[in-house]
Design a protein around this ligand. Structure first.
Ligand code: SAH
Length: 356
């Protein structure tokens, strides 16, 4: 306990911990230490964000994708019924979301090359024109710097692009050769340079992940200083090459949420859908471990089941935007309230030059 406590205190002073210390925090079975880690992280989030939880309306607007990531249920080679929402359908999701209290819309999708820059820019501008008090977050994968610049000019505020792993060899085992680690990192630095509030992140327990690769992830997060970090457990999807791999665990995900909160106190840190999928109270536990964002699903009901990144993904009840009342109740039971606000990053924006 003493050793773990020291490491946690050290982390909380925003210092970098090494592989050995990280290993101890990830593996310790000492209940008191596990509780202490979550408490420290929760208190750090509360000192900055109070009892507010930020909500984002997630619109999964297309499951068409040219990529073939080995972990992902909407990969090109998977037998999936494909869809793409029209601009009118997306706007109507936003209208419904706005009435429910959402002030951020996240447009997420596969890399669908029919989505030209012009189309995406028109969509962003259309949303910003109708909802000028809302933030637009994009999560549409890797593009050129020019495209990102165009999206920013059209009014997009934030961009989520998980780096997936900061270990190059590990990256290779998660993706086909058509994709590269260098390009993904290039994208992240471009996004940040352009001025987006930028989010990176990774799956917890992805096949091949080790304490070393996690250490590299944390190092990357420390040097990149993103405004958002998305982490959730890896969950197998049966038709993918990783269909028979074990899922990431609740305990590991919660510990990493806490570690990231302590390393990077102001970060916008969601308790993800995947966390809510592996445990019915996963999102509450995520909040209690230092997360401060949730992203309920605003996609039309007819397509929700088709954005199946992994098996058994939750998309009804409190996960769905209509279940917001239920979610409010669940958060108020643990001492938090949902904030009707854009929920921007409020820390100091750090833009360091890229490491290469
Ligand atoms: N095309 C976009 C959005 C990808 S989906 C992009 O490339 O950024 C969003 C995230 O879901 C991915 O970044 C990945 O980390 C996560 N994801 C994909 N498959 C998953 C799985 N089987 N289990 C858990 N998370 C998964």
């Amino acid at each position: 306990m003493q050793k773990e406590r020291e490491i946690i205190e050290y982390l909380a002073s925003e210092k970098e911990i090494g592989l050995e210390e990280l290993n101890l925090l990830l593996k310790t079975e000492d209940e008191e230490s596990i509780r202490f880690l979550a408490e420290k992280a929760r208190q750090t989030a509360r000192d900055i964000y109070g009892d507010h939880i930020y909500i984002r309306g997630l619109i999964e607007f297309t499951n068409c994708c040219k990529n073939d990531c080995y972990y992902c249920g909407i990969r090109k080679s998977n037998p999936v019924s494909r869809y793409h929402l029209t601009e009118a359908e997306i706007i109507s999701c936003c209208e419904r979301g706005y009435d429910l209290g959402f002030r951020t819309f996240v447009l997420q999708g596969g890399e669908d090359m029919r989505d030209t820059d012009e189309k995406i820019c028109r969509l962003i501008a259309g949303i910003k024109e109708r909802f000028p008090d809302c933030a637009v977050t994009l999560s549409v994968g890797e593009r050129t710097k020019e495209s990102y610049r165009a999206f920013f000019r059209a009014g997009a505020d934030r961009y989520l692009l998980r780096h997936e792993t900061a270990d190059k060899a590990h990256y290779r085992t998660l993706h086909p050769t058509a994709m590269s680690f260098e390009n993904r990192i290039r994208c992240l630095y471009d996004l940040k340079e352009i001025g987006f509030q930028t989010g990176c992140g990774f799956m917890v327990g992805s096949p091949g992940q080790t304490p070393e690769t996690i250490c590299a992830d944390l190092k990357f997060i420390r040097s990149f200083a993103p405004e958002m970090v998305g982490i959730g457990p890896f969950i197998p999807q049966k038709d993918t090459p990783f269909g028979d791999q074990p899922a990431g665990t609740l305990s590991m995900t919660l510990r990493l949420l806490s570690i990231i909160r302590l390393m990077h106190p102001h970060v916008l840190l969601p308790a993800t859908t995947a966390l809510g999928t592996i445990h019915p109270r996963g999102r509450e536990m995520g909040i209690l471990a230092g997360a401060n964002v949730v992203m309920p699903n605003l996609s039309p009901e007819a397509v929700r089941g088709k954005y199946n990144l992994y098996d058994n993904k939750i998309c009804t009840g409190a996960e769905a935007a209509e279940g917001l009342m239920a979610l409010k109740k669940r958060f108020s039971d643990i001492g938090y309230q949902i904030a009707v606000t854009r929920g921007d990053f409020i820390g100091k924006r750090i833009r360091k030059p890229r490491a290469d």
